[in-house]
Design a binder for this molecule. Structure first.
Ligand SMILES: Nc1ncnc2c1ncn2[C@@H]1O[C@H](COP(=O)(O)OP(=O)(O)OP(=O)(O)O)[C@@H](O)[C@H]1O
Ligand SMILES: [Mg+2]
Length: 569
């Protein structure tokens, strides 16, 4: 509930550069009187201007500035909502717009339009149209509910029933739905891309695994072949080594044989020398007659004897010599054979070395291939597999996100349906329509206007008169219309109070009944006013001074003094 306390203004319309202040909560009912143009209706302009930046009459904001002073136009209004006290200051020349909450100026950084929206939507929670339906009513610009087009009737009722929030929620939800749909689409795309990436990675892993297996298989085959080759070479090597061992045995006695041959040769040359010497001696004896050593004369017998001796010795030597030759030849043959064996040994050694180096070469190829295999086996495809695992985990996460978004979308759809005009709002309105009708009819009856008023869910009225058929609002006379308007006004206020939504303590009526209500109607109206005044502060602007003056708690008189309006003392 908005509890209005004071309103004050200066340089506003016909008012000059002094504050004019009205205490709004001082009296239950106040009558505002004064000559034409005294400045009574100004109270309504001051209120709508300060709260909504809109004059009540059909002029521009600029036209509200007092034309004589033409500057420093300012209006201030104080009110309370719940525990909070507010003061709104608005002016022109210079332009002012301040919202004070409990003595603190609310952040003014925002754009003036947004600031106004904060004031209307978050603080007052009452829009201009509704304000002019239930708080301030003027004879000139007050459009009775029944004269409003259906969409405006809807706005007023939604405001009163405090269900305008569902429209706001609905439009917020619409934005949210489209945002969520967009995100859902993005998530689906992300999932598609990720699926693609997972498939590609799986193919890649399959391919490299196959390549690796092929490579290992190939290397294993090569190793097997080389191992077989080495087996054969080793057999050959073994043969050669056996052969070598045998050959080595054959030359084992070489030194001994060579020594023996040397000895035999030495002996041979000794014998040969001896034979030569013996033959020389024979030659000598045969051609000389003295001793070759002592040169004494030799006799023939001695000579013959010596020659014979020598010849025997030669014969002996020659016999031994033959034997020796045989022996030398035999040993020489052995040596020669051994030389041949050495040659074979060399060849066998070469073969052995060739085999060994072949084996080594093969082995090093085997080793390096084995290394390659080991490397391939340890260099894991797992790194790539882990990537798949990670992507699958991401996938679960994204799918969860998608599920959340889908769930949210479903909720939004349900909520959107609920928030449609046909949803919650229509249910609430449906509940209130009988209450509204009951109240309207109650107020109509209180003003002795006996018709059956029925507002339907689309806010169209059917009014049945006691003795006539169905009527609509426009069928009635001005006075009757005014009774219907007032009944609706009081109904809205009653509903607002019931809902504690657009409820205020203030009601200002500017000549709303002066022209249309007859004496009886005026009395009934005042009766209703008195019923209402229980917890309201009502201001009635009227020219029917005589009829009304003693029926109000207070009377405020406005007057013009030296071209400026003021409250008369
Ligand atoms: N910008 C302005 N500067 C000065 N005076 C202005 C300005 N605009 C309007 N006025 C005058 O201010 C007065 C407005 O008074 P207001 O409408 O409040 O009178 P009222 O007491 O309600 O009269 P009525 O009984 O005729 O409705 C009028 O005399 C009008 O001519
Ligand atoms: Mg007026």
């Amino acid at each position: 509930m908005i509890y209005f306390k004071t309103i004050r203004w200066k340089n506003f319309l016909s008012y000059g550069n002094h504050w004019t202040e009205i205490e709004l909560d001082a009296n239950k009912s106040s009558l505002i009187i004064g000559e034409n143009g005294a400045g009574k209706s100004t109270v309504l302009d001051a209120l709508t201007f300060v709260l909504y930046n809109k004059p009540f009459r059909k002029v521009t904001v600029q036209q509200l500035i007092n034309s004589i002073n033409n500057n420093h136009m300012e209006v201030e209004c104080e009110f309370a909502i719940g525990q909070n006290n507010y003061k709104i200051c608005r002016g022109q020349k210079p332009r002012i717009f301040e919202v004070w909450q409990n003595g603190n100026l609310l952040n003014q950084e925002a754009h003036a339009k947004d600031y106004q929206e904060v004031l209307e939507k978050q603080i007052l929670k009452l829009n201009h149209k509704s304000f002019c339906q239930v708080v301030v009513l003027g004879s000139s610009s007050f459009i009775p509910f029944m004269q409003l087009p259906t969409n405006h009737r809807k706005e007023v009722i939604e405001d009163l029933l405090d269900i305008g929030i569902f429209s706001i929620m609905g439009s917020l939800l619409k934005d949210k739905a489209s945002e969520n749909r967009k995100r859902l689409g993005e998530t689906s795309n992300e999932i598609m891309l990720l699926e693609e990436r997972i498939k590609m990675q799986q193919d890649y892993v399959k391919r490299i695994t196959q390549q690796k297996d092929d490579l290992i298989e190939e290397k294993k085959k090569s190793i097997e072949k080389l191992t077989n080759d080495n087996g054969i070479i080793e057999l050959n090597l073994k043969d050669k080594e056996d052969e070598l061992a045998k050959l080595r045995k054959e030359v084992e006695e070489e030194e001994a044989v060579r020594k023996k041959l040397n000895k035999l040769n030495t002996l041979d040359s000794k014998i040969s020398d001896k034979v030569k010497r013996l033959k020389k001696e024979i030659e000598f004896f045969e051609s000389h007659d003295n001793c070759p050593k002592c040169y004494r004369p030799l006799d023939a017998e001695t000579k013959a004897h010596n020659i014979e001796n020598n010849k025997d010795s030669i014969k002996e030597c020659e016999e031994g010599f033959e034997k020796l030759e045989d022996e030398i030849n035999a040993e020489q043959a052995r040596v020669n054979h051994m030389m041949e064996v050495w040659k074979t040994i060399d060849k066998v050694n070469t073969a052995i070395n060739t085999y060994k180096s072949e084996i080594n070469a093969n082995q090093s190829v085997i080793d390096s291939m084995q290394k390659d295999i080991d490397k391939e086996t340890t260099q894991d495809v797992n790194v790539e597999k882990v990537k798949i695992k990670e992507m699958n985990e991401d996938m679960i996460e994204i799918q969860n996100v998608k599920k959340d978004q889908s769930d949210e979308q479903e909720i939004i759809t349900v909520a959107t349906n609920l928030l449609r005009d046909t949803g919650i709002k229509s249910r609430i309105i449906k509940q209130y329509i009988p209450v509204i009708n009951k109240l309207v009819n109650k107020y109509l009856a209180a003003m002795d206007f006996f018709v059956q008023f029925d507002l339907d869910e689309n806010f169209n009225e059917v009014i049945k008169s006691r003795w006539r058929d169905e009527f609509n609002y426009h069928s009635f006379s001005e006075g009757e219309k005014m009774r219907i308007d007032l009944s609706l006004l009081f109904t809205w206020r009653a509903i607002a109070k019931l809902k504690n939504s657009a409820s205020t303590n203030l009601l200002i009526m500017d000549e709303v009944f002066d022209s249309s209500l007859d004496t009886q109607g005026t009395d009934e109206f005042l009766k209703i006013i008195n019923d209402l005044t229980a917890d309201s502060n009502i201001f009635i602007i009227s020219h029917k001074t005589d009829q009304l003056v003693d029926k109000f708690n207070s009377v405020i008189r406005f007057e013009k003094h030296q071209n400026f309006s003021r409250v008369a003392a």
